[in-house]
Design a protein around this ligand. Structure first.
Ligand code: HEC
Ligand code: HEC
Ligand code: HEC
Length: 433
């Protein structure tokens, strides 16, 4: 009993004693009465909201930008992003910059209630006050839009304040970015962007049973729940080749979603389309430097980028003649016109499949997703209308898809293990449930 009270007191202290005084009038909160924010501040605010992918998450499909209401599916139910336009009733028109700062830094709303961590505030807590203020200034300059987002539908008791308080005590700690001594200013800027605004670990780390992602600098990769895409480990060079890629190539990948014959796809294509394509060259370079420093060259895992595709001795099995013939017939009929007779692709249009890292991964989740649902590389200013890959969910069955993927993984110098119909079925069955 006594211990219970003490725990409750601890949880309450942990969550509500954040030291942000939102009651004192904040001169920055009434910009129109004092000085209006400069055009530079507004431009910086907009830039930061793009860099943080805030705009994509706070805009419903077909809705007004920043008016919220976009549904985010989690394993625990759906949550809806908030309206961040300055409408006084349904948006943040009555907020001060201190309220906004507290939301980013402590995950609490204007009235003090705890926000759900679908809003990645474990990352936004690292954003500096001046950057938060610039974002707030730009948001306040938008036309107000009346839009009340739907009520969250999280499984009881997960969305309740006590449950959130306990969750936060376990997994959330407000903080600020601490520059690492011995690293350059560029490296530190990159780390700040990746860990804070960019919230890369929200996808590139494994979520636990309570939905908490890894630490802000945990980039060891993970399966994204519900959408079923694997975000590769950015620290394992065999999965991304970041350790030896020239910095310019990493920048190009984040800027255009494409580097040589390689394209980002699925959820990463969206990150590029809505966020990283807007980053300026110094910020992209800083991110590339930081990412490269985190990528561990695969010295033991065989020093080739294809290491993870090489089957372990125990996995090695001869591919049956039936599977081989089926796979090659489907390839010639359905795929070769775009990807080429020898899987060589077509520069600027279709990715090569020969020697393609994504084709050789031991985790085949993303390959199966691409075959079932097709996809588009990101639309960027450099490539506004990219060619797409058609979906094959209606025309190829599990056995066909397994066979054609096995074909890709065993031709043109590719050596990766066979894909089974079961692996295809697991993803086909998980969708739309
Ligand atoms: C993955 C989607 C996602 C991203 C990315 C995201 N948000 Fe949100 N945000 C949400 C959701 C969902 C909520 C609602 C949380 C709740 O009601 O518990 C929210 C709530 C907020 C709130 C609190 C609003 C209120 O009425 O209490 C603020 C402020 C906010 N976000 C700002 C930002 C900013 C700034 C960024 C970019 C740095 C950002 N968000 C990025 C999903 C996101
Ligand atoms: C919404 C989830 C999500 C977020 C946020 C995210 N990623 Fe990704 N990322 C993925 C997925 C899924 C893939 C695998 C698909 C692919 O390779 O394009 C991926 C792939 C990558 C790759 C490998 C690309 C390739 O094709 O070789 C890099 C590099 C990368 N991400 C960097 C980042 C960085 C840097 C950030 C933060 C700015 C980030 N990601 C944020 C989901 C995400
Ligand atoms: C109309 C042209 C077209 C056809 C036909 C086509 N693809 Fe694609 N394919 C693309 C494009 C464009 C992409 C890039 C999509 C993306 O980034 O999401 C792609 C991506 C892929 C990838 C992902 C490569 C990577 O980088 O990891 C694989 C695997 C793939 N296709 C296999 C196939 C197979 C197998 C078939 C036949 C069953 C096929 N494609 C038919 C255009 C095509």
């Amino acid at each position: 009993m006594g211990l219970g009270l003490l725990l409750c007191a601890g949880v309450a202290w942990d969550n509500f004693a954040d030291g942000v005084d939102v009651t004192v009038p904040d001169p920055r909160s009434v910009p129109t009465l004092t000085t209006s924010p400069s055009p530079e501040t507004l431009a910086q605010g907009r830039y930061l909201l793009q860099a943080g992918n805030c705009i994509a998450c706070h805009t419903a499909r077909g809705g007004t930008p920043m008016a919220g209401g976009r549904g985010i599916e989690t394993p625990f139910g759906s949550v809806y992003s908030s309206n961040l336009t300055p409408d006084p009733e349904t948006g943040i028109g009555q907020w001060s910059s201190a309220h906004f700062w507290r939301a980013l830094h402590h995950g609490r709303s204007r009235d003090g209630h705890l926000l759900t961590p679908a809003f990645p505030y474990n990352h936004t807590t690292l954003i500096s006050r001046s950057e938060a203020d610039a974002m707030f200034a730009w948001l306040q300059s938008l036309p107000p839009v009346v839009n009340q987002p739907p009520v969250h539908s999280l499984h009881w008791p997960l969305g309740t304040q006590p449950a959130l308080a306990v969750w936060r005590t376990l997994y959330f700690k407000a903080g600020s970015y601490q520059a690492k001594a011995g690293q350059t200013a560029e490296w530190n800027r990159g780390a700040y962007l990746v860990q804070g605004l960019g919230h890369c670990a929200a996808c590139h780390s494994t979520r636990n049973a309570l939905g908490a992602s890894g630490a802000v600098d945990d980039l060891t990769g993970g399966l994204m729940p519900v959408v079923n895409w694997t975000a590769p480990s950015l620290t394992d060079n065999a999965q991304t080749g970041l350790a030896q890629a020239p910095l310019g190539e990493i920048q190009t990948l984040l800027k255009t979603g494409q580097s040589g014959q390689h394209y980002t796809s699925g959820p990463m294509a969206e990150v590029v389309q809505y966020s990283t394509q807007y980053l300026n060259a110094p910020d992209l370079r800083a991110m590339a430097i930081y990412l490269q420093s985190q990528a561990i060259p695969s010295t033991f895992a065989a020093a080739t980028a294809l290491a993870s595709g090489v089957p372990k001795a125990t996995e090695q099995r001869a591919i049956s003649l039936e599977t081989a013939n089926r796979g090659s017939a489907i390839y010639d009929k359905q795929c070769a016109q775009c990807h080429g007779d020898q899987g060589q692709g077509q520069i600027g249009a279709y990715p090569a499949l020969a020697g393609q890292r994504g084709v050789l991964q031991s985790d085949t989740t993303n390959l199966v997703q691409t075959l079932l649902y097709g996809g588009y590389p990101p639309a960027t200013s450099g490539n506004p209308r990219p060619y797409g890959m058609p979906p094959f969910i209606l025309t190829l069955d599990d056995k066909d898809i397994a066979a054609v993927l096995t074909h890709l993984r065993s031709q043109w110098g590719n050596h990766a293990r066979e894909v089974t119909p079961l692996e295809v079925n697991r993803i086909r069955a998980s969708q739309g449930s």
